[in-house]
Ligand binder design. Structure first.
Ligand SMILES: Nc1ncnc2c1ncn2[C@@H]1O[C@H](COP(=O)(O)OP(=O)(O)OP(=O)(O)O)[C@@H](O)[C@H]1O
Length: 272
């Protein structure tokens, strides 16, 4: 079997600590993954490896049939779409929205003197339309709301028609309506057979878009549990991964979680 992503015993060491610790993880064609774990669990670091922005200290990372360390990452990166807060911070506030998407074709932020094909321009327009933000094409990025920015960033990440799309907390900072619209848009993307393999990092099971197939729970830099969504998202696994008693429930194709209700202690009888 050929994997889209194949990590074997990958560790990343910073100072005295393994911030990723012996992670083995395989993603097959067509899968849609969610990564959950508490703050500092290593989710963003894992995406840094998966997007060829960081090399492991130990272990082997194979991405799209290439191996990190044996491939020119500048050729590999356009095959991987990434949307993250760190990348968004690099987009100049004065950049026109259509250029925010278009410049991804050259893997740059900030339009300068590159020339673009008509095909690139129409792809950027189509992607903005697909995420419902084409009416903002002429606005400056810095004037958009948080929800609008998130959609533009995902459109940008899709510009190079990547085979793997990594989204780091795309719903962070969105209000309820914005979150629900984004979940709907990602669910549509997940359902589309031509879509890239998707990996979504989130803090909330409520943000898992219908159609996502697999979950990885991370804890302390390592994989706590990984596999098909219904097998992994149990009270027991989530409670262990987050280190507190949690109850998970499923309503239709959506998930939710909350602190487990503690049974009140039974009274031992009447005290006179
Ligand atoms: N360059 C670095 N040097 C030292 N420690 C680092 C470095 N980069 C990250 N870390 C630490 O590695 C751990 C994992 O960080 P990471 O950002 O991957 O976690 P995360 O799961 O994405 O967290 P969050 O949910 O808070 O975004 C954290 O404890 C972080 O402080």
């Amino acid at each position: 079997m050929t994997w889209v992503l194949d990590l074997e015993n990958v560790s990343v060491r910073r100072g005295e600590k393994n911030i990723l610790d012996d992670v083995s993880w395989q993603i097959a064609e067509g899968e849609r993954w969610v990564i959950l774990g508490r703050n500092g669990a290593g989710k963003t670091t894992l995406l840094q490896i998966a997007s060829a922005r960081m090399h492991p200290t130990k272990g082997v990372a194979k991405i799209l049939d290439t191996q990190l360390g044996k491939v020119d990452v500048f050729e590999l990166r356009p095959r991987i779409g990434l949307a993250s807060a760190a990348l968004a911070d690099r987009i100049p506030a004065s950049e026109v929205v259509s250029d925010v998407v278009l410049t991804a074709a050259y893997a740059v932020t900030g339009r300068w003197r590159e020339s673009y094909e008509d095909l690139d321009v129409s792809r950027a327009t189509d992607l903005l339309a697909a995420f419902g933000v084409d009416h903002l094409a002429d606005r400056r990025f810095g004037t958009l709301s948080e929800g609008e920015r998130k959609r533009v960033q995902i459109a940008r990440a899709l510009m190079t028609d990547p085979e793997l799309l990594l989204l780091d907390e795309p719903a962070a900072g969105l209000d309820l309506g914005g979150r629900e619209e984004l979940v709907g848009a990602l669910s549509e993307l997940a359902a589309y057979p031509q879509s890239p393999v998707l990996v979504l990092v989130t803090h909330h099971v409520e943000e898992i878009p219908p159609g996502f197939t697999h979950v990885m729970l991370m804890r302390d830099g390592g994989v706590h549990t990984a596999g098909p969504i219904a097998e992994v998202l149990t009270d027991e696994h989530l409670s262990e991964a987050f280190g507190l008693p949690l109850e998970v429930s499923r309503t239709g194709d959506r998930w939710s979680a909350r602190a487990a209700q503690v049974e009140p202690a039974r009274s031992g009888g009447h005290a006179d």
